[in-house]
Design a protein around this ligand. Sequence first.
Ligand code: GLU
Length: 397
Amino acid sequence: MATTVVSAPFSARVNRIEISATIAMTAEAAKLRAKGADLADLGMGEPHFNTPRHIKDAGIAAIEQNFTKYTAVGGIPELRKAIVKRHAQDFGSDYKPEEAVASTGGKQALFNAIQVLVDHGDEVIIPVPYWVSFKDIVEYAGGKCVYVEADEAQDFRLTADMIQRAITPRTRAIILNTPCNPSGAVMHPDDLRDVITMASRRGIYVISDECYVYLNYTGDVQSAASIAEAREHLVIIGSLSKTYAMTGWRSGYALGPAPVVAALNKLQSQSTSNPCSIVQKAAIAALEGPQDCIAEFRTDYIRLRDFVLERLAQIPGVHCARPEGAFYVYPNVSAYFGRGGVRSSADVADRLLHEAHVVTVPGEGFGTSEHIRLSYATSREVLGKALDRIQQFFAAL
Ligand code: GLU
């Protein structure tokens, strides 16, 4: 008997991906909040600070001056100039404005870079734990993710050797993210240099997601682009979201060799076109204006990190790698598996949300099965409340 083949209603490439774990958790939390739940939210990672005044004013002025029309796809020349100038000043890079493309958030720059560089069957090395979207964006492009496990006992710090062992003739790209979301691990500058030079020698691209580059607590703030000799195979993904507390504005960029940037522009011209014109003016003010907010935010995050680590240490069985940047902690909660019906970190996050009213993100979305992610980019008060609830939750299991 002939079997009826029912074709999937959507494209194979969209069927390959799942909704972002961070966004799924935020949506779930929003449902509870709408029903009146008082949630302590450590879910979505975003600064609790407001966008600095001078940046907001530049956005308002752009509207008042009717700077509300289409612009060049990759951003107005003044913005691209401001991006490369700020990067040169802070990291010693020497990109030209035509090697920069402004995008609708760092996520769009990352998405486009992967679509531009990765073809069907290409291998992309992704260190684990990884930010939730790396895997799905690579799979959307038809690429094959090759995972490299960072060692939890070494606070998830990635070394060049770990990456080197995963390279094959099919390796097309390596995604680095230092400081790392979710672990907060920072690569040692020597390891970063070794990965980039080794990849460059082999013609492998390094896509360096530097959304947290300024939230590095080691005092050794470094961009992959500080390593001058490897520029030809390097794409930097930058974001203003965390640096200037601008998550909702959606402002990011990519820096890379001119041919890569031309391809990014081509792809962007067929999707979103230019990033919002108003946001572009605000971004210029952010990049060219006073930079004091960066150090202020960082000081606050270090205090919050210390507080959260101290509180987590008081929960029996929970152990946590020490983050050296970003604003997340990634505690291992596997000691509680098998207790009170909990079997996985997804169960822990789900029950924390529904029973303790604390929003976290389960480790499964970041490629590990024993952890949950907490964002400590929030007030000390919310953090304290969340940790009280988490402690009670585990005590009752
Ligand atoms: N930095 C945010 C997080 O990881 C981004 C959320 C997202 O775009 O998925 O929570």
